[in-house]
Design a protein around this ligand. Structure first.
Ligand code: SF4
Ligand code: SF4
Ligand code: FES
Length: 261
């Protein structure tokens, strides 16, 4: 086995590389402040280009931080955990929905500029920040919480490993909206519940401890519900958690068709 020698206290050199980043900018004046019945002007947008020196395993989020902290403090985006858990930094990177904190720069084609745009289908508030309320409205509508009746038990509600496995995949959702905002049906019809709301309904519909399945299935049997899905798999491809979104939607469709009440 060979060993590399390194001077005491000297860290291994991290390779650096240059990247060009193009960010779609929309200024706040494009967006109505109060909006009480006022017509909403179409946002005027422009591309701003930045050339940066980045390092080793830097991510798109690191590039955005560098731009904001060293070049232009007005560049606006959401992020919180920086580790793929909170779901707040979904954006369109090179035309694909991804989390900025989980996208390594070295995995992108650095010979071309990296394009960063807001996710599609939700109103842009500023730059990469969109209004998530329509997305969360659909989430709230499917009642994403335990529904039970009767007297509260004095012990935990037991469930077998087999019962738990039925909805394991859909518990992984971090509500990032990558799936819903990559769905062509959602782009043309903002009323469609969207894949994320259906995933979160699935999580409870197939939970043996829950008693609200019939109610949720009826909600999703709506004309803006599961039947709008055209099984194009964009949502599955976009999910940063690897959830089989389209499969979950199919299971909900089947549950509607086979329900006995
Ligand atoms: S599979 Fe259905 S929900 Fe998913 S992107 Fe396609 S149409 Fe939308
Ligand atoms: S299903 Fe995946 S892509 Fe959709 S909101 Fe949840 S984590 Fe994000
Ligand atoms: S910042 Fe939380 S998921 Fe990316």
């Amino acid at each position: 086995m060979s060993a590399t020698t390194q001077s005491p206290g000297k860290a291994a050199e991290v390779p650096s590389f240059d990247v060009t980043v193009k960010i779609m900018r929309s200024v706040p004046s494009d967006v109505p402040s109060a909006g009480y019945g006022e017509p909403v002007p179409a946002p005027t947008s422009r591309w701003d280009t930045f050339t940066l020196t980045m390092h080793g395993s830097d991510r798109v989020l690191d590039a955005l931080h560098k731009i904001k902290w060293e070049f232009d403090g007005t560049v606006t985006f959401r992020r919180s955990c920086a580790h793929g858990v909170c779901g707040s930094d979904a954006m369109r990177i090179n035309g694909r929905n991804r989390l900025a904190c989980k996208t390594l720069l070295k995995d992108l084609n650095l010979r071309k500029p990296i394009t960063i745009e807001p996710i599609k289908g939700l109103p842009v508030i500023k730059d990469l920040v969109v209004d998530m309320e329509p997305f969360f409205d659909s989430y709230r509508e499917v009642q994403p919480f335990l529904i039970v009746s009767g007297v509260e038990p004095t012990k935990e509600r037991l469930q077998s490993a087999t019962e738990r496995a039925l909805f394991d995949d859909t518990t992984k959702c971090i509500l990032c909206a990558c799936c819903t905002t990559s769905c062509p049906v959602f782009w043309v019809d903002g009323q469609y519940f969207g894949p994320s709301a259906i995933v979160n309904a699935h999580r409870w519909i197939f939970d043996s401890r829950d008693e609200g399945a019939a109610e949720r299935l009826e909600i999703l049997n709506d004309r803006e519900g599961v039947w709008r899905c055209r099984t194009t798999f964009n949502c599955t491809d976009a999910c940063p958690r690897g959830i089989e979104v389209t499969k979950a939607i199919s299971e909900v469709k089947r549950a509607i068709l086979t329900r006995t009440h």
